[in-house]
Design a protein around this ligand. Structure first.
Ligand SMILES: [Zn+2]
Length: 327
C-alpha cells in the first residue's frame, strides 16, 4: 500500500519547488552535482505519476512517512538502506539524541515549597514528548510543561526542540501564562507545516498552588490525601489554528498535594491482549505510592506500567512529571 495520498499531495509541490531552485542554481553550482540531483528529482516526480512513490525499492513496503517528509527523494525503507546511508542515518540519530538530552531539564528541581521529579522515556533514540521545568530567577515560582508532538522519530524530536526554544524565549519576557501559550501557538503555527501540532499542559507553580493551561493534552491530575481531581483541557492543541485562544485555570495545592502531568504513552500503554493501562489504573498506582517522595512515586508508577505491558514493547514515548508540595 502506498503512503497516504495526502502525504504525496503535500510533497509533490515541495519537490517541484526544489526542481525550480535546482535549475536556477545550475549555472553557478558544480554542474555534475546539479545534474545528478535534477535526475533524482525527476525520478521522484515520475514515481508519483506512476504510483510507485514512497515504496521501498527493495521490499515494496511503504517508506516511513516522517523520513519522506524530511527527504522526499529517498527510495528505501529503514531496513534497506545502503551501508553508507545507514551510517549517515545513525549519525543523525546520535546528534538528535545529544541535542535532545541537552534540552531536558535537570531531573530534580527543588524550591522552597515544591519538590519535583520527572521521567522521560522515548520509545526510540529520540522522543517527541516535551518536558520542561524552569525555576524563576527569584526562586519563587516554577514553570512546568509536558507536551506531545504529533509524529515519531527524528522529525518529531526536532519539532519538540523547536517548541522548547519557543517556550524558553517567551518565558524570558515575563508574560502572563495565557499570553505565553497564545504566542507559542502562533509561532508554532507560523513555523511548522500544517500537519504538525502538539498537545501540551503548562503552568506555573507559585505560593499556594498552580496556574495551568491545557492545550488539548491529557488531563493533569491533582492528588490530595482525600481525593483525586482531573483537570480538563481548556484549549486546542498548539499549531492547529494561529488564532487559538487559551484560558488559564488556578488550582490550589495544599501541603502534601501533588500535581501530575503525563503523556498518553503511559495511559495508552497496552498489555498482550490489547488492553490499555488507562487513567483509572494510573490514578490507582499514583495513590498507592503518594506517600513516597516525588522520585520514588514516579519510579514506582513507571514500574507498574512496565509490569502491565509485560512482554509487549512500548509504542509511544512516556513522560511523567510530578510536582509535589512539601508536607
Ligand atoms: Zn524495504
Amino acid at each position: 500500500m502506498n503512503p497516504a495520498t495526502s502525504v504525496i499531495q503535500t510533497l509533490r509541490p515541495r519537490i517541484l519547488e526544489r526542481r525550480t531552485r535546482l535549475q536556477a542554481a545550475a549555472g553557478s553550482v558544480s554542474a555534475d552535482y546539479v545534474h545528478n540531483l535534477l535526475a533524482e528529482v525527476d525520478a521522484a516526480l515520475e514515481r508519483i505519476d506512476n504510483g510507485s512513490y514512497g515504496l521501498c525499492e527493495t521490499c515494496h513496503d511503504p517508506i516511513e512517512a516522517d523520513r519522506l517528509e524530511g527527504n522526499p527523494l529517498i527510495r528505501f525503507c529503514l531496513d534497506h538502506l545502503s551501508r553508507e546511508e545507514r551510517r549517515a542515518h545513525e549519525q543523525d540519530l546520535e546528534l538528535a539524541t545529544e541535542i535532545q538530552a541537552k534540552l531536558l531539564p535537570p531531573s530534580n528541581i527543588a524550591l522552597k515549597d515544591w519538590e519535583t521529579h520527572y521521567r522521560y522515556q522515548p520509545v526510540g533514540a529520540v522522543g517527541g514528548d516535551y518536558c520542561e521545568l524552569i525555576a524563576a530567577s527569584d526562586g519563587q515560582s516554577l514553570f512546568f510543561a509536558v507536551g506531545d508532538v504529533a509524529g515519531k522519530g527524528v522529525a518529531a524530536s526536532l519539532l519538540m526542540t523547536h517548541l522548547s526554544a519557543i517556550f524558553r524565549s517567551l518565558l524570558s519576557l515575563d508574560l502572563p501564562l495565557t499570553e505565553v501559550v497564545s504566542r507559542a501557538n502562533r509561532l508554532f503555527c507560523e513555523s511548522t507545516a500544517s500537519a504538525h501540532y502538539a498537545t501540551l499542559v503548562c503552568g506555573r507553580a507559585t505560593e499556594d498552588g498552580a496556574e495551568l493551561c491545557n492545550a488539548g493534552h491529557c488531563r493533569p491530575l491533582v492528588l490530595r490525601p482525600e481525593a483525586t481531581e482531573r483537570l480538563d483541557a481548556t484549549g486546542l492543541p498548539l499549531g492547529l489554528f494561529c488564532s487559538g485562544r487559551y484560558t488559564v485555570s488556578h488550582v490550589r495545592l495544599g501541603e502534601g498535594d501533588s500535581l501530575i502531568l503525563y503523556s498518553d504513552g503511559i495511559t495508552e500503554a497496552q498489555d498482550s491482549e490489547d488492553r490499555e493501562y488507562g487513567e483509572p489504573r494510573l490514578i490507582g498506582a499514583l495513590r498507592s505510592y503518594m506517600h513516597q517522595g516525588a522520585r520514588a512515586m514516579a519510579e514506582s508508577v513507571l514500574r507498574d506500567v512496565a509490569g502491565f505491558r509485560g512482554a509487549r514493547p512500548p509504542h509511544d514515548d512516556m513522560t511523567l512529571l510530578i510536582i509535589r508540595r512539601h508536607s
